[in-house]
Ligand binder design. Structure first.
Ligand code: BGC
Length: 755
């Protein structure tokens, strides 16, 4: 159990709906109260399928060439959560009568959430009510609820369940981080009644997608059951008469299927629900626990000496598991499947912040995330074409199916770096797994097409430097600049990696199929290398740091002293141009470049950059602090590293960005993991081995995690002064600790290496 609430604050409920959401990478259900709320309680009742979207026409008063005309939006599905209770004629609500006892928790070991209440009705009758809900990891279509009602004096219990297709998406016109225009996306087609529930069919307004949901109920004791159609679905009602202390129990099985994945969703749900019913609640709960046992075996990060840190880490890793798409048509949305912030779009968040967690702990899942990028490679080619490029693939800044959905290009489509981020994820996959066949099949095509893009996007200036103009780096408070350091270094790596992978394939004579597929001429390799060698990496001699871009360091500093706390995040209070004219960063940019590609940069330059950019970074983006934590740890600033780590860890749990109601921050969750593995354990790949530089926060006694490297599983443990690296499975692995390389074939202890 990692999240436990015992008090009810109506104003906190929308945040709790996010925290208690349940998902499995396909389906996500917000933690809404089954019985609903009074109208005055702010709530977002939502459930989602990863990648299940509608399209919306984008309206611009001044539409220029190449602006996206149609955007995609993840759709709020019909409501299948609702379960209304009437006990001895009184409607159950936590906002009426008196809540005598209340507890709600999320169990990340068992994979379900529980809400239990002792309730005194307005007429003074006491009942116990328990809800347990789970979204199955093994049966991706299944959302399962158990409800038990125990009226102390017995009596009549009535339950009303069903599916309602009259739903809309959440909108807020004054917040750019959620959709602004309310549009009805779900259209009800029909409902079929079954003896214990029903099936509804519906479709999206303009994307032409279809959805079916089947819901069936198992009651005990079996009372009077009646289903009937409603205007937008159906309801199933039951009545049972109980003796004092008797239990009315309902098991509610709801199964979803959509036309992006199957040809006939209606048939699919009917087929899929049957085995769930046959398995029954005990087996379903048991198999869920079994799945998670395996997950935690490989993925747990254990911190000795801080329960708070363990809970935070478990919450974040569980959040990632719940969010990540497992098929080639879905990925990890910025808010996972927990809410509608950023409209269910996939960003660079996946490759830079989330992908490494899966790569190190479940490489198969990481490969599936790459499959998605491979699946939209045609979309990226088309996007490159729309943006005026003759060759190559440019990944859209935000998308679901592969076309650009960003309607504000300065902080959207201009972020060309996402293309290099995807390419780098491919390369990291290869480095960590050695899976060359995958490169031959898919990865090399991504690397070569993205490398081509950089050649087309960049140019040589009069000094012969390869420059990339008019792009935006990760920092969204500085837009449309020339030679963003991060973008240029990402591009250089992309170009070099494309050459390296091509050569590796050629050595095995596996290069021809990919070269044929994309009409690749080997002359292009020399051009890639030439551009990478000549890349312009702006540097300021006076400050001794890399410049975020050509003009950044010449701009006036933001006046932080005069900016009151209420003005943050700045994006909600200042016109973008005003921000762009100042030295102020929303998030790590050059510091991130040093984290990912800083191995060849002098340590003193990295330190000075850290100190310089730290002063002007607001961390208004939740993707920022983890990077500062990692770099602080690598630079030996232990306390600072811990400080940044701690606020990364608790971003959603403490709602520190004030928008957790719109969904979890998945990149930040991945960042919390990276802060430990890349920061406190100082892990990086060097040549053909892993390198570790350990730092232990003073408040902790140690930490432990597992890591896959080229088919071998390692267990890394850091204690007060010593570290231990154990080969758990596979063949010997070379690791470097304090400058020396060791072959790990068993367990090896390193004395005094933990700072
Ligand atoms: C950040 C982006 C990020 C997006 C989605 C924005 O606030 O600036 O870097 O990709 O959120 O998480």
């Amino acid at each position: 159990m990692i999240l436990r609430k015992t008090s009810l604050d109506p104003l906190e409920l929308a945040v709790e709906e996010t925290l208690f959401h349940l998902g499995n990478g396909y389906l996500g259900i917000r933690g809404n109260f089954e019985e609903g709320y009074p109208d005055i309680v702010p709530t977002i009742r939502g459930s989602y399928i990863n990648g299940f979207h509608d399209t919306v026409q984008v309206h611009y008063e001044e539409k220029l060439y190449g602006f996206p005309e149609v955007a995609q939006r993840m759709v709020n599905l019909p409501d299948a959560q609702t379960l209304k209770l009437r006990i001895n004629g009184e409607v159950f609500s936590m906002f009426e009568g008196e809540v005598l006892e209340y507890e709600r928790y999320l169990d990340t070991e068992l994979g379900h959430s529980v809400r239990q209440i002792r309730w005194k009705s307005p007429q003074g009758k006491v009942s116990k009510i328990i809800f347990l809900r789970m979204v199955s990891f093994l049966r991706k279509e299944l959302f399962f609820t158990i409800c038990e009602v125990i009226p102390e004096e017995g009596g009549l219990v009535e339950m009303e369940s069903g599916i309602n297709c009259a739903v809309t998406n959440y909108t807020n016109p004054s917040d750019p981080r959620v959709a602004s225009t309310p549009i009805k996306h779900i259209w009800y087609d029909n409902a079929e009644l079954l003896h214990d529930g029903g099936l509804v069919r519906c479709h999206t307004g303009s994307s032409g997608l279809h959805l079916a949901i089947c819901q069936r109920h198992v009651h005990s004791p079996v009372g009077k059951v009646r289903s009937k159609q409603t205007e937008n679905g159906f309801v199933t009602k039951t009545k049972v008469e109980l003796p004092p202390g008797g239990v009315a129990r309902l098991e509610k099985y709801t199964v979803f299927a959509d036309s992006r994945r199957v040809a006939d969703p209606g048939l699919e749900v009917l087929l899929a629900i049957e085995p769930c019913l046959q398995a029954g609640s005990e087996d379903l709960l048991h198999e869920q626990a079994g799945y998670l046992k395996n997950f935690w075996k490989a993925s747990r990060v254990q911190i000795e000496g801080s329960e708070e840190a363990n809970e935070g880490m478990a919450f974040n890793l569980f959040g990632l598991l719940q969010s990540a798409g497992r098929d080639a048509i879905s990925n990890v949305a910025a808010k996972g499947l927990s809410g509608e912030g950023y409209e269910g779009h996939y960003f660079w968040d996946t490759e830079v912040y989330i992908f490494p967690f899966f790569l190190y702990t479940q490489p198969n899942m990481a490969r599936r995330l790459l499959d998605y990028r491979y699946g939209i490679l045609d979309g990226a080619r088309q996007h490159a074409h729309n943006m005026g490029h003759n060759k190559g693939a440019l990944y859209p800044w935000r998308t679901i199916t592969g076309s650009e959905c960003s309607t504000y290009f300065p902080a959207g489509s201009a972020q060309y770096h996402i293309t290099g981020d995807v390419a780098n994820a491919c390369m990291q996959y290869y480095i960590m797994t050695g899976d060359l066949p995958y490169m031959a099949e898919k990865g090399a095509e991504i690397l070569l097409e993205t490398a081509r893009l950089w050649l087309d996007a960049g140019h040589y200036d009069r000094q012969g430097r390869f420059c990339i103009d008019s792009v935006t780096g990760p920092d969204e408070y500085t837009c449309i600049v020339n030679n963003n350091y991060y973008t240029n270094i990402v591009a250089a790596h992309n170009l070099r990696n494309a050459v390296e992978i091509y050569d590796a394939l050629k050595e095995k004579e596996w290069h021809l199929p990919v070269a044929d597929r994309i009409d690749f001429e080997e002359d292009e390799l020399a051009e890639f290398t030439r551009a990478a060698e000549a890349i312009h990496l702006p540097y300021d001699e006076k400050l001794g740091i890399h410049c975020q871009d050509d003009s950044f360091l010449d701009k006036p500093m933001w006046d932080f002293e005069k900016t009151s706390k209420s003005k943050y995040p700045l994006l909600l209070h200042y016109h973008p141009l005003y921000l762009y004219r100042h030295q102020v960063c929303k998030q790590a940019d050059t510091v991130l470049a040093h984290m990912l590609y800083g191995e060849d940069v002098e340590k003193e330059i990295v330190r000075r950059s850290f100190e310089y950019y730290e002063k002007i970074t607001t961390h208004d983006s939740s993707l920022s602090k983890c990077v500062f934590s990692i770099m602080a740890a690598r630079l030996g600033m232990k306390e600072k590293a811990f400080h940044y780590y701690h606020s990364t860890l608790r971003t959603d749990l403490d709602n520190t960005h004030g928008n957790t109601m719109q969904g979890i921050h998945t990149a930040n969750m991945g960042g919390a993991y990276l802060a430990l593995v890349l920061g406190f354990a100082g892990m990086r790949v060097q040549d053909d081995h892993l390198r570790f530089d350990f730092t232990l926060p003073d408040d902790w006694q140690g930490f432990q995690f597992n890591l896959w490297f080229k088919g071998s599983l390692l267990r890394i443990t850091a204690e007060h002064k010593d570290a231990h690296i154990q080969l758990v499975m596979g063949s010997a692995v070379s690791v470097q600790v304090e400058g020396k390389v060791y072959s790990i074939d068993g367990i090896h202890s390193f004395q005094g290496v933990v700072k």
